[in-house]
Design a protein around this ligand. Structure first.
Ligand code: UDX
Length: 454
C-alpha cells in the first residue's frame, strides 16, 4: 500500500454493541484521532453510538435485524451470531467503497475490532486488509478464560466443590472460584463457544489493550507468549483520550450539583454498570443497608436493572422520606465526573473493567459486588492483589451491607484502602505521562499502524 499524499491514514473501528465495549472503542478512536488518524466507526443499529458527540468521526450503521434483541448481556450471546451474519455484506461493500475512494477519504491503514464481531476478519481477509484486535477488559480476565477452556478440554468440569478454594496453578492469583463462570457445574455450550470466539484473535496482527502494564504485567507477559503478535497495553483509555460523552443513556447532571453540597469524602456512590440485573430482594436489602448506615449516598438505579420492576417502585415504603436529606437516586450518572468529585469517598460497584479503571484513576476505594464474567476476576484483583476494595458476598443482606459501608467509609481498614488507592492513582498517572508504560506503548502502536501504510 502506498501512502496517499496529504490525507491522514484512516482506521476503521468495529465495536461490540454494549456500553462497556463501545466506550473503550470510541475512546481508542479519540486517542488515534489525536495522533493523526482519521476514524470511521462501523456500528450496529442496535445500541448505536451518538454521532453528534463525535463530529470528527465518520459513522457507518450496519443492519443487524436485532429489533427485540434481549438487552441482558448473557441472553445477548444468542444475538452475536445474528449480528455477525447480518452485518457482513454491508460491511464488505462499505470497505470496498472505502478502498476505491482512498484518494478522498485517506488510505485505510487497518481495522480495529472487538473479537466478538468476527465477520470483520472474514471481510478483511478477502480484501487483504490488516486487522488489530481490541481487548476492552483486563489481561487477567482473558487468561482466566483460557483456564476454563483448558479445564473443559481436560474434561475436568464440573470440578468438585472442595477444589474451588484452591489457587489455580496456571493463574495463581486466582482461585477456581474466581473464574468468570462457576466451574463446579456444567458450563452451557453457548458460553464455551463465547469464550473460544472471544479469545480467538484470528488473523489480527496485534492486540490493543485497555489495561496498564503495572496492573496486569504477569498476565500480559503470559498472553504475549501465547498470541505471539505485538501487544499494546495503552490504558486507561479514558485518561489517554480527550474527555467526551460515550453514554448510551442520558446522564442526569443533577448528581453533580447534589454532590457539590456534600462534605469531602463523605458520599458512597453506587452503580452496577450497564448490564447487570438484580432481584427485588437485593434492591430492598441495599435500601435498608443504606438507610441504616447513615452515610450520604448517590445511587444509580438503571431502569429495568431490577428484574420485574420498571425503576424504583419496589423500594421499601418510607425509604425516600427517611433518606431525603442525605440520598440522591438517579437513572444514570456522569460516572467519570462523579468519581472525580471530592465529595465521593467510596464506590460500591459490580467491578466492571471500565468502572474499575475509572475508580482507581481517581483513588476511590471500592465495595465489590460482582455479578458475572470478568467482574468476578476484577474483584479478586481489587480485593487481594491491589487491596483497594472489600467484597460483599452474593445476595448481600442489610447488616453485611451496613457493615461494609461503615468499614470502607469510616474505620482503619477503609482508611488504609484509601491510602493504597491514592498511591495507585499516582502510579497510574505516571504510566500515562511521557516515558510511562502506556505512553511508550502508544508511541509504538502509532508507529506500528503507520507501517501498514508504507
Ligand atoms: C460490561 C461488563 O459487565 C464489564 O465487566 C466488562 O468489563 C465490559 O462490559 P458494564 O457492566 O457496563 O460492562 O461495566 P463497566 O465496564 O464498568 O462499564 C460501565 C460504563 O458505564 C463505565 O464507563 C461507566 O463510567 C459508565 N456509567 C455507568 C455511566 O457513565 N453512568 C452510570 O450511571 C453508570
Amino acid at each position: 500500500m502506498g501512502t496517499i499524499e496529504g490525507r491522514k491514514p484512516r482506521v476503521v473501528l468495529v465495536p461490540f454493541p454494549y456500553q462497556g465495549h463501545i466506550t473503550p472503542m470510541l475512546q481508542l478512536g479519540a486517542i488515534l484521532n489525536s495522533r493523526g488518524f482519521s476514524i470511521t466507526v462501523a456500528h450496529t443499529e442496535f445500541h448505536s453510538p451518538n454521532p453528534s458527540e463525535h463530529p470528527e468521526f465518520i459513522f457507518l450503521p450496519l443492519p443487524d435485524n436485532l429489533s427485540g434483541c434481549e438487552t441482558s448481556y448473557i441472553n445477548s450471546l444468542n444475538g452475536i451470531s445474528a449480528m455477525n451474519t447480518n452485518s457482513l455484506a454491508r460491511f464488505h461493500d462499505f470497505m470496498v467503497e472505502m478502498l476505491e475512494m482512498q484518494e478522498q477519504h485517506g488510505q485505510v491503514a487497518c481495522i480495529v475490532y472487538d473479537t466478538l464481531m468476527h465477520f470483520v476478519d472474514e471481510v478483511a481477509t478477502r480484501l487483504e486488509l490488516p486487522t488489530v484486535a481490541l481487548r476492552p477488559n483486563s489481561a487477567a480476565y482473558l487468561r482466566s478464560q483460557h483456564v476454563i477452556s483448558q479445564l473443559q478440554a481436560d474434561n475436568l468440569i464440573p470440578l468438585p466443590e472442595s477444589q474451588l478454594q484452591d489457587a489455580i496453578p496456571t493463574h495463581h492469583l486466582l482461585r477456581f472460584k474466581d473464574l468468570p463462570f462457576p466451574v463446579n457445574a456444567e458450563i452451557p455450550n453457548i458460553l464455551l463457544d463465547f469464550f473460544t470466539s472471544y479469545a480467538n484473535i484470528r488473523s489480527s496482527s496485534a492486540i490493543i489493550w485497555n489495561t496498564v502494564d503495572m496492573l496486569d504485567h504477569e498476565s500480559l507477559t503470559k498472553l504475549q507468549q501465547h498470541y505471539k503478535v505485538p501487544i499494546f497495553p495503552i490504558g486507561p483509555f479514558h485518561k489517554m483520550a480527550p474527555i467526551f460523552n460515550t453514554s448510551l443513556i442520558t446522564e442526569d447532571t443533577n448528581s453533580i450539583s447534589w454532590l457539590d453540597k456534600q462534605a469531602p469524602n463523605s458520599v458512597i456512590y453506587i452503580s452496577i454498570g450497564s448490564i447487570a440485573i438484580m432481584d427485588k430482594k437485593e434492591l430492598i436489602e441495599m435500601a435498608w443497608g443504606l438507610a441504616n448506615c447513615n452515610q450520604p449516598f448517590l445511587w444509580v438505579v438503571r431502569p429495568s436493572s431490577v428484574s420485574g420492576s420498571e425503576w424504583i417502585e419496589c423500594l421499601p415504603e418510607g425509604f425516600e422520606e427517611m433518606t431525603r436529606e442525605r440520598g440522591c437516586i438517579v437513572k444514570w450518572a456522569p460516572q467519570k465526573k462523579v468519581l472525580a468529585h471530592p465529595a465521593v469517598g467510596g464506590f460500591w460497584s459490580h467491578s466492571g473493567w471500565n468502572s474499575t479503571l475509572e475508580s482507581m484513576c481517581e483513588g476511590v476505594p471500592m465495595i465489590c459486588r460482582p455479578y458475572f464474567s470478568d467482574q468476578v476476576v476484577n474483584t479478586r484483583y481489587l480485593t487481594h492483589v491491589w487491596k483497594v476494595a472489600l467484597q460483599l458476598e452474593n445476595n448481600p443482606e442489610r447488616r453485611g451491607i451496613e457493615k461494609a459501608i461503615r468499614t470502607l467509609m469510616g474505620d482503619k481498614e477503609g482508611k488504609e484502602m484509601r491510602q493504597r488507592a491514592l498511591k495507585m492513582k499516582q502510579e497510574l498517572e505516571l504510566s500515562i505521562r511521557r516515558g510511562g508504560s502506556s505512553w511508550n506503548s502508544l508511541e509504538n502502536l502509532v508507529e506500528f499502524i503507520m507501517s501498514f501504510t508504507q
